[in-house]
Design a protein around this ligand. Structure first.
Ligand code: SAH
Ligand code: F3S
Length: 495
């Protein structure tokens, strides 16, 4: 969820280990008068997808319409991910493809790299990949028009400066490629947590929050356009803190007045829930160390905040959690799960797990499996450890778990998750649940696909219902990933 193009268990099992190799391209409504053609595609997390919408918006005011044909593009932008080595390899392969198209059919096209790989490799990218003309880090997109004029004059251009306050709060992303029902709204950028395995703090910079007023404006605008569900997005949404601007780490230096009027994540959730009581609200990603009782109470209080939490744990071993610099123990995490379930017994919970972190023993791995047994997650996103250059783990710890062991442990984690996913979906059979219709089912064009608040996918016959309707669906059957049912009428929420 930080919707990385992680793959949810059950839905595309074979891809869990493989990683998603498909980029997603934007092809938006054309603006009359724009003559240049932009091909933009995104890899990695949802923040990248959301950023690409911001980039498309900036460039639409600078003469560019989007296209999904590489062959006709004047400018090709690829928004990249560095989270695991495989994610970077995927982008390198795409660059080879652009190169081939440039050589054969489109000699004039320019190529730019955006996102985390741009930030990590900086101008080295230009040396390593001759096809690249432009390198732009995640906080420098507003500079794109200037950088592009340099490129047009035949010079390579690089801007990878990370910002203290850039949140793109003033740019309304173009969302015309979406289903018109669900949308992502960024609320924080960067991350201060320094998990020892993670490259994000290096590529996305320090943590800063966006003005709640601009978040509310975006949410209200989405509601007006007919959107029915929003996901508040950040690397670590629970540490959201608005005190008038500036980095989260500088909050201590804020004035008494600023501190007294600051908005935290629970406060933001209430503001959004009250502003749009019919809008479904989700958020991602939560970090257990920052997840407060206040957030649990706020979720329980507002019916429109979905009872679903993506709560990555990475490992069930306190010793490994410490090595990862996660700021909680196994027991504290279990307590948090208990607190969530006691206030919201029906709350859906999902995980991220890493197998084979340096020094992980068989006993640590068993701790992960037993933690999973305790929680019985609804679904999860599971990865083998991939050493990232520059991170604390890469500098201080040897990547000493053999590949085959990492793989075997991952497989065991995946199998346990599959069992739990099947258990969780089975619990819904016989119930009548509210579903927001998002699209036609991939498997059957006579069926709709939507999700319940807990985030589980439901498919059911279309009848006379439409995309964007809230429908009550009686669940009659399930697989480990999908609920199958029949609509029994509109939900009260339908307007
Ligand atoms: N806080 C972020 C986490 C981003 S990374 C969020 O919003 O989701 C997403 C997931 O990728 C992490 O939770 C972790 O499980 C996995 N991950 C990150 N770095 C990794 C690495 N070096 N090797 C394997 N998996 C990693
Ligand atoms: Fe990465 Fe940990 Fe932040 S996983 S994004 S450093 S919370």
């Amino acid at each position: 969820m930080y919707l990385c193009t992680f793959v949810a268990i059950g839905q595309f099992m074979e891809k869990i280990i493989e990683e998603n190799k498909q980029g997603t391209q934007l092809d938006l409504e054309k603006i009359v008068g724009n003559t240049k053609k932009l091909f933009i595609e995104s890899y990695g997390c949802q923040m990248n997808f959301s950023d690409s919408e911001i980039v498309a918006s900036i460039l639409s005011e600078n003469g560019y319409n989007t296209t999904n044909l590489l062959e006709e593009a004047d400018l090709v932008l690829v928004n990249t991910c560095s989270i695991r080595d495989k994610a970077e390899q995927t982008v390198r392969k795409r660059l080879e493809k652009y190169n081939a198209v440039k050589k054969t059919t489109n000699p004039g096209m320019k190529v730019g790299v955006l996102g985390c790989m741009a930030e990590r490799l900086k101008s080295k990218f230009l040396e390593e990949e001759k096809i690249v003309d432009l390198v732009v880090g995640p906080d420098a997109y507003k500079d794109l028009p200037n950088l592009l004029s340099e490129v047009e004059e035949g010079r390579n251009a690089v801007n990878v400066i990370l910002s203290k306050d850039e949140t793109y709060g003033d740019i309304s992303p173009v969302r015309l490629q979406s289903n018109g029902v669900t949308a992502f709204v960024s609320i924080t950028r960067g991350c201060d947590n320094m998990c020892t395995f993670c490259v994000v703090p290096f590529t996305r910079g320090r943590e800063r929050s966006r003005d709640p007023q601009s978040i509310l404006e975006e949410v209200n605008d989405l509601a007006e356009k007919g959107f029915k569900e929003i996901t508040l997005l950040g690397q670590n949404v629970d540490s959201y803190l608005w005190y008038g601007g500036g980095l989260k780490k500088d909050f201590d230096k804020a004035s008494e007045m600023q501190k007294a009027t600051a908005t935290n994540f629970a406060g933001l959730l209430s503001l959004v829930a009250e502003a749009q009581p019919k809008m479904r609200i989700r958020f991602s990603t939560s970090n257990p160390q920052d997840f407060t009782m206040d957030v649990i109470e706020t979720m329980a209080k507002y019916q429109n905040i979905c009872n679903y939490i993506h709560l990555p744990v990475q490992s069930g071993s306190t010793r490994i959690l410490k090595e990862m610099n996660r700021q909680h123990t196994r027991e504290e995490y279990m307590q948090l799960i208990d607190n969530i379930k006691s206030r919201m017994p029906d709350c859906g919970i999902s995980q991220d797990m890493i197998s084979g972190f340096p020094t992980e023993t068989e006993e640590d791995h068993q701790d992960t499996l037993s933690l999973m047994e305790y929680v019985k997650y609804d679904f999860g996103f599971m990865f083998m450890y991939s050493e990232r250059p520059g991170t604390m783990a890469a500098r201080k710890l040897e990547d000493d778990v053999p590949e085959a062991t990492k793989k075997r442990r991952l497989q065991e984690i995946v199998e346990v998750q599959q069992k739990h996913s099947a258990y969780r979906t089975q619990q819904f059979v016989g119930k009548t649940l509210e579903v927001l219709i998002e699209k036609t089912s991939k498997r059957n064009e006579n069926q709709w696909s939507g999700r319940i608040p807990q985030n589980t996918v439901v498919v059911f016959p279309k009848e006379n219902y439409n995309i964007g309707d809230f429908v009550m669906v009686k669940i009659t059957d399930c697989t480990s990933a999908t609920l199958i049912g029949e609509a029994v009428g509109y939900s009260e929420n339908n307007s």
